[in-house]
Ligand binder design. Structure first.
Ligand SMILES: NC(=O)C1=CN([C@@H]2O[C@H](COP(=O)(O)OP(=O)(O)OC[C@H]3O[C@@H](n4cnc5c(N)ncnc54)[C@H](OP(=O)(O)O)[C@@H]3O)[C@@H](O)[C@H]2O)C=CC1
Ligand SMILES: Nc1nc2c(ncn2[C@@H]2O[C@H](COP(=O)(O)O)[C@@H](O)[C@H]2O)c(=O)[nH]1
Length: 327
């Protein structure tokens, strides 16, 4: 791999502005049969999303993916979303019981609008078999498969029937995969995204490593249709993570889906727990993201997200923060 870089190494180059106000810029994106207000989805992790946030996001035009760590709640969740006239978006794994779950959904004529296969190492026969199983029993569901980090993996999952692939092995804030295994896209996630996007014929979701709102625009520039974000969505007053007080300040927990805290045992641990500063409602972050992305579109010289895809860029190795730590 040549030209390896990450988010902080890249600056996008402005093009002539064609709008009179940033409010003219449209940040919406279509994925499957639905159009969403932002190309952003909170991570399908237990400290990031729960049923209440999922309903809020769906009601307000945002994309969500419910996590898979309370499997027994998924059927009632889909029914509840259907009853409210909202789209449903769930996650599955690849273990034996998940095959029965997909069949049960088909038998009960419950078709989730989106199903995400949420596995650490998505370039595997197990994920290919699950894509085919879902497509056989629930052909109308939009299948997102991951996670992967190579063009070969993107092509194989697309060929198996995935409607979108999720790129990112190990760049996450609570991820320790790179330390524990030596593998992954941590430290060069943006370059890996570009590499994968060149092979993709369907949408790519960039997953992990987003530390600033500008990183969303950079992801779009390098081929992402959607960006999955964990840490920036942790810590909200409505986030599901536990709130703790330390030295008079409030924090919220954020833990990895492969952490000991999630698994309940110390086996194949590839995630850790951290505490992030308590902040206001999730809508404040969504609104700020939308405004920042509207500004990005204006700097790209367009009125839609697609304008960002065409801008030039420079590689400024690790220098844009001039040594100032912003996160
Ligand atoms: N995006 C990322 O970088 C990463 C994300 N995660 C997150 O952690 C959660 C747990 O992931 P995961 O462990 O995959 O899910 P599961 O614990 O549900 O494991 C899924 C199945 O795949 C097997 N498996 C897991 N990893 C491997 C591997 N490297 N090689 C072969 N088989 C494997 C497991 O068996 P067995 O356990 O016996 O090996 C199990 O049968 C997910 O939510 C995932 O998104 C985890 C790590 C990295
Ligand atoms: N290696 C691990 N990666 C994990 C784990 N739990 C979640 N994740 C991934 O991180 C992103 C979120 O990244 P962030 O930088 O925005 O915080 C999430 O979507 C997963 O792909 C884990 O335990 N280990």
């Amino acid at each position: 791999m040549e030209n390896v870089f990450d988010y902080e190494d890249i600056q996008l180059i402005p093009a002539k502005c064609i709008v009179n106000s940033r409010s003219e810029c449209d940040t919406s994106v279509t994925l499957g049969k639905h159009t969403f207000r932002l190309p952003v989805v909170p991570a399908n992790m237990q400290t990031i999303i729960d049923e209440k946030i999922a309903i809020y996001l769906a009601e307000n035009g945002y994309f969500y993916i419910m996590h898979r760590f309370e499997p027994e709640k998924r059927i009632s969740f889909i029914k509840d979303m259907n009853a409210r006239g909202l789209y449903s978006s769930i996650s599955v794994g690849v273990k034996e019981e998940e095959y029965g779950f997909v069949q049960q959904l088909a038998e009960e004529q419950l078709t989730p609008d989106y199903i995400t296969i949420d596995i650490a190492h998505g370039h595997s026969n197990a994920v290919i078999a699950m894509i085919q199983h879902i497509k056989k029993h629930l052909p109308e569901s939009f299948v997102i498969a991951g996670n992967v980090g190579t063009p070969e993996a993107v092509r194989e999952l697309e060929n198996a029937g995935a409607d979108a692939t999720k790129v990112g092995i190990g760049p996450g804030k609570v991820c320790i995969t790179k330390i524990k295994t030596g593998f992954g896209t941590g430290g060069w996630q943006l370059a890996a995204l570009r590499w994968c996007a060149k092979a993709a014929t369907k949408p790519i979701i960039a997953d992990g490593g987003i530390r600033t709102h500008g990183d969303i625009a950079k992801s779009v520039r390098f081929g992402a249709s959607m960006v999955m974000i964990g840490s920036l969505f942790a810590g909200h007053e409505d986030s599901p993570g536990e709130t703790v007080e330390k030295d008079g300040k409030l924090y919220k927990e954020y833990f990895g889906s492969a952490s000991e805290f999630q698994k309940g045992e110390k086996k194949n641990v590839e995630g850790k727990k951290m505490y992030v500063a308590f902040k206001g409602p999730i809508q404040e972050t969504l609104t700020e993201m939308e405004q920042d992305l509207q500004s990005s579109i204006s700097y790209a010289g367009g009125t839609k997200l697609s304008a960002i895809r065409n801008v030039d860029y420079v590689v400024v190795k690790n220098s844009i923060f001039n040594g100032d730590k912003v996160y």
